[in-house]
Design a protein around this ligand. Structure first.
Ligand SMILES: NC(=O)c1ccc[n+]([C@@H]2O[C@H](COP(=O)([O-])OP(=O)(O)OC[C@H]3O[C@@H](n4cnc5c(N)ncnc54)[C@H](OP(=O)(O)O)[C@@H]3O)[C@@H](O)[C@H]2O)c1
Length: 269
């Protein structure tokens, strides 16, 4: 399938590792030029160098904290200066779960910090980039939310808040931006084998006297994941790349799960 993405330009937030890096690579494999955002300069540069070397697309890095309005605006200005227009925005940046205590006991500054990164960061980025997004039907906003937005995962109160807020913003803006012919969709990953999740599975397995694979098999069974495994970062990136393309021009305001069937809510007896 020809996705028609060659020569388009994308901004990917949280692109220095994990799902964001895989999305950046997936887009670059289709010939999309990139502006990659994250805070940590070293990892960001490493990610950019790897992608550039493997694909030959233009890759620009802008160290950016999504919590800072001025920094997000500056990143959008840099993207415009480099590429004139930005067809694709992927809002992926999100922080890890800060600590394991019940989140209702956290100080509100910590709740606010989580929301500031993911929900407010998304809104800031969209607002800053809209003036340079094309209105010819090639504009795409793709929000990476997560299953914590529609199910109860312990220690994920603010993550759930962010993900459900993101899904709402997706549907709201699909309507609001319709005159600009920009589509807005959510991709909702389930349990995905990112670098930090690998570390989590290894630690949890060790604590329970299990191999990592045994722990994962038990977790997928206990969570009721019909595909009986976790997903790869590329499986998320492939869906995002499709949504970014002309082939997905009639997909708008959608919430697409990439979770091995987790949300069909199976019960194991
Ligand atoms: N992994 C999963 O199983 C899973 C499941 C469902 C949903 N998700 C969602 O998918 C997205 C990516 O998750 P991931 O697991 O790939 O995360 P990750 O590996 O921890 O990567 C997060 C990325 O976001 C960046 N980031 C964090 N805070 C930031 C800030 N304040 N400003 C700018 N960038 C920031 C990080 O770089 P710096 O720290 O250097 O800034 C990094 O590039 C998140 O929104 C997450 O909620 C993940």
């Amino acid at each position: 399938m020809n996705l028609g993405l060659k020569g388009r330009n994308a901004v990917v937030t949280g692109a220095s590792k994990g799902i964001g890096k895989a999305i950046a690579r997936g887009l670059a494999d289709e010939g999309v030029n990139l502006v990659l955002l994250a805070r940590g300069v070293e990892e960001l540069e490493k990610s950019a160098a790897e992608i550039c070397q493997a694909t030959g697309v233009r890759v620009v890095t802008v160290p950016t904290d999504m919590r800072e309005t001025a920094a997000v605006k500056a990143a959008a200005e840099r993207a415009a200066a480099e590429f004139k227009s930005v067809h694709i925005l992927v809002n992926n940046a999100g922080g890890p779960i800060k600590r394991q205590e019940r989140q209702i006991t956290w100080p509100d500054t910590d709740w606010m910090d989580d929301v500031n990164i993911k929900t407010m960061g998304m809104l800031r980025m969209i607002q800053a980039l809209l003036p340079v997004m094309p209105t010819d039907g090639t504009g795409r906003i793709i929000n990476i939310s997560g299953i914590a937005g529609s199910s109860v995962l312990s220690s994920a109160l603010t993550h759930g808040l962010n993900n459900s807020a993101m899904n709402h913003v997706t549907t709201y803006l699909a309507q609001d931006l319709s005159a600009s012919r920009i589509t807005v969709n959510s991709v909702i990953p389930g349990l995905i084998a990112t670098e930090w999740r690998q570390g989590w599975a290894e630690n949890m397995g060790r604590q329970r006297g299990q191999t990592t694979q045994q722990f994962l098999d038990d977790t997928c069974r206990d969570w009721g994941i019909p595909s009986r495994r976790w997903g790869t970062m590329d499986e998320v990136a492939d869906v995002v790349t499709f949504l970014a393309s002309d082939r997905a021009s009639y997909v708008n305001g959608a919430r697409i799960t990439v979770d091995g069937g987790y949300t069909i809510n199976t019960r194991n007896s």
